[in-house]
Design a protein around this ligand. Structure first.
Ligand code: SF4
Length: 416
């Protein structure tokens, strides 16, 4: 059984990985224990309001690699510990039975070699699925440079797998994570994407990576711009069919002359999540969201920034505009756009109707007419002033989950 000291070190070591919220998996219990839930784990909520949590743990923090930003890197002076597959499996079941967790997020430092580590990770998930008959959610990190056969084996037992790309360019990867390479991260992701198509039927039955793949990028530790990050994100969604790309604003936990001494603000990360939302749900392309060599503006969300650059398309009449145009209006989200389409079948919509549909009129009024009426500012400068003033007020107040559900949801998910 794993002791408290090792448990503390191994769980502390796993906390920097953000690529694990939302499972997207719905495996049914077929005689064992536990279930996977679509609504996800780890800081997510089921439709009935329950918060589901994961045991987030490393198998080992004894790393043979020397990534500059990592507290567990080879050169770091920290206590080194490992757990066995049997210990992790037993702990997971123990915690599950006590109702502490709903699933497992298992990662590891590269102990001895990639294959040695990957074999132990696979053994753990296999034990859980076959011996303990555990049907709960499992998210497994892939180890770069491990054999393809091991990775494929892991995918039979895990709901989700992820390789962290960490840096958007090969140059930064070489500099800050010298033992990793773009190829060692992208190749297994590509192979898993191909295998997912090959094993489509198994995937449908929950027997091959039913919740797909995710990845994480560190923001601000290297010089790449948001424009580059958004382009890479777009190609990962398009070419690899990734479920999510997560962004983690850089926080210095170790000192290195190649790394910034100060943390990168959360706002930059938030803007990237908003841009990600535009890519996934609103039909924007990376090229529309940000020029390649620029960061996203901090004083405006990326949808407002795009609209201000493209004022020739506005105002649009809400009673006539098609869905894809409504989705580009700042202040009109996916749900309110659907409500508009539905409601205008029966009546001519005015601003009162839009307010009731939760359209954020303080933003939208500058870009729409409703039944011919326009209440926005007249010049681009005035619109920009009104929008940035609104953003500043929003940033200045403590976020409430209850008084303004739309703002709270946007802050949590990046939805615009
Ligand atoms: S591979 Fe790099 S990031 Fe992962 S534990 Fe080792 S040093 Fe840290």
């Amino acid at each position: 059984m794993i002791d408290e000291r090792r448990l503390k070190i191994l769980t502390e070591g796993a906390k920097y990985d953000v690529s694990c919220s939302s499972s997207g998996s719905k495996r049914k219990n077929t005689g064992g224990i536990g279930n996977g839930y679509v609504a996800g784990c780890c800081h997510s909520f089921t439709p009935d309001g329950r918060c589901i949590s994961l045991l987030k743990i490393l198998m080992s923090n004894d790393c043979a690699y020397n990534c500059k930003y990592c507290p567990n890197r080879l050169g770091a002076d920290v206590p080194r510990v490992s757990a066995t597959p049997e210990e992790i499996a037993e702990l997971t079941i123990d915690f599950y039975k006590r109702n502490y967790i709903e699933g497992l997020f298992l990662s590891s430092a590269v102990e001895k070699s990639p294959n040695y580590t990957m074999e132990r990770l696979v053994r753990t998930v296999k034990l859980l699925r076959t011996q303990y008959r555990f049907h709960g959610y499992i998210h497994l990190k892939g180890i770069p440079r491990a054999d393809g056969e091991l990775v494929r084996e892991a995918a039979k037992y895990a709901d989700r797998m992820s390789y962290n790309i960490e840096f958007p360019s090969e140059r930064s990867l070489k500099l800050l994570a010298p033992q990793k390479s773009k190829e060692s991260l992208l190749l297994p992701m590509k192979k898993l994407a191909e295998d997912s198509l090959l094993f489509r039927e198994e995937k449908r039955k929950g027997l091959f990576l039913p919740a797909g793949q995710t990845t994480q990028m560190i923001v601000g530790a290297s010089p790449e711009t948001d424009g580059q990050i958004v382009r890479l994100t777009q190609s990962l969604y398009r070419a690899m069919g990734l479920k999510r790309v997560y962004y983690s604003s850089y926080v210095p936990v170790v000192h290195d002359s190649l790394l910034p001494d100060l943390p990168v603000g959360q706002l930059r990360e938030h803007r990237l999540y908003q841009a990600d939302w535009l890519l996934r749900f609103y039909g924007f392309t990376a090229e529309e969201i940000a020029p390649e060599n620029e960061n996203l503006p901090l004083d405006l969300d990326p949808k407002c920034a795009w609209a201000l650059r493209n004022m020739q398309y506005f105002p649009v009449e809400v009673n006539r505009a098609p869905l894809e145009v409504l989705l580009r209006v700042p202040g009109i989200g996916g749900r309110s756009a659907q409500k508009i389409l539905e409601a205008r079948k029966y009546t001519k919509l005015n601003f009162e109707h839009l307010k009731k549909m939760r359209v954020v009129l303080k933003r939208a009024r500058h870009f729409i007419t409703a039944n011919g009426k326009f209440y926005g500012a007249e010049t681009v400068t005035a619109v920009r002033g009104a929008l940035t003033a609104g953003e500043q007020m929003q940033n200045a107040v403590q976020l409430s989950l209850f008084s303004d559900p739309q703002t709270a949801l946007s802050a949590l998910t990046g939805e615009l």
